[in-house]
Design a protein around this ligand. Sequence first.
Ligand code: ADP
Ligand code: MG
Length: 398
Amino acid sequence: MNIHEYQGKELLKRYGVTVLDGYVAFTPEEAEAAAKKLPGPVYVVKSQIHAGGRGAGRFTNDPDGKGGVRVVKSIEAVKEAATAMLGNVLVTKQTGPEGKQVNRLYIEAGCDIARELYISLLIDRETSRITIMASTEGGMEIEEVAEHQPEKILRTAIDPAAGFSDFHARKLAFGLGLKGKQVAAFTKFVAAFYKAFVDLDCAIVEVNPLVVTGAGEIVALDAKVSFDDSALFRHKDIEALRDDSEMDPKELDAVKNDLNYVALDGEIGCMVNGAGLAMATMDIIKLYGSSPANFLDVGGTATAARVTEAFRIITSDVNVKAILVNIFGGIAKCDMIATGVVEATKTLGLKVPLVVRLEGTNVDLGKKILAESGLAIIPADNLADAAQKVVAAVKKVA
Ligand code: ADP
Ligand code: MG
């Protein structure tokens, strides 16, 4: 799960990370009121969307052609910028061409920037360790740096048993060319940053730019905080920060029903149990010449209610030209799944071909229920058969 920059900064601040003063605003009036609470004379108006590259982004409907992060020098200018930005669609390198509507702003104090650095914490799958990545090339897209100047990215892995020590940070500080009291400030920053990452069960926390100010302070000027969804159950306060307007409505629906759903751009809607089987199903659909419209894992405890819910989400996708149900009945028995599929199909109506492959406990009973339902369900005997049948059905429709 992702949150907005201002929410990320608020969380990091609790751990002792230095951030500048700022306030969220949903209207131009709130933006003006927020600016009045700041010392001035420089204010920054920042679009809050779940995508980076805002500064270099452009609004679809803005004659001034200015970006999604604006540095201004008066309270009137804050209100003016807020009026231009709110409700407008911002297109950045990360939003895709359709962009994202800006519904909230962060009004932040202006920063006296001496240097822009980069820092992030993530879990490196190769070493299975939390790893600090840092670079002198802050403010730029880190993917570009990684591609063209990989030597400019410094990495330090943290041994989970020993945990973080100041020397990890000092090593990076010297690599970044920090001097004197900047080294101590940076060390304090990294210690707080690491503690926040571990305590909050983050997946990635990226601060780009991390700024050295004219006075030698180390300040997080941007914050991208992303959480491990599997750990959210123990952070109800963080879950409450979810901005529903930032999510695909189908994905949001799935989250609320405890289904693992990811929208994709293909044409075959998939309903599968278990992530491994879901991946294999997607692969084989590709192998036979079509592509999946989604990844959907109904989980090990697929009940009739969840099957109906999953069906509702899949059929609400206008790109779906056929559906493939591929379920292994273990804990959830095949007859129960078959009943769920039949009920869901009757409730929601079936407008596209439906191929069902069942395997496992009570498979014969399950197949019988499908065959006797009177519905135009195409039965399949194994994974390859199912994939071939659903791809053939799609080609016929097209
Ligand atoms: P994004 O990464 O989405 O473009 P940032 O928050 O990194 O958004 O802002 C883009 C740039 O705007 C930063 O690299 C920095 O140069 C400038 N900037 C951001 N916040 C401030 C601020 N409070 N004061 C001065 N400059 C800022
Ligand atoms: Mg940034």
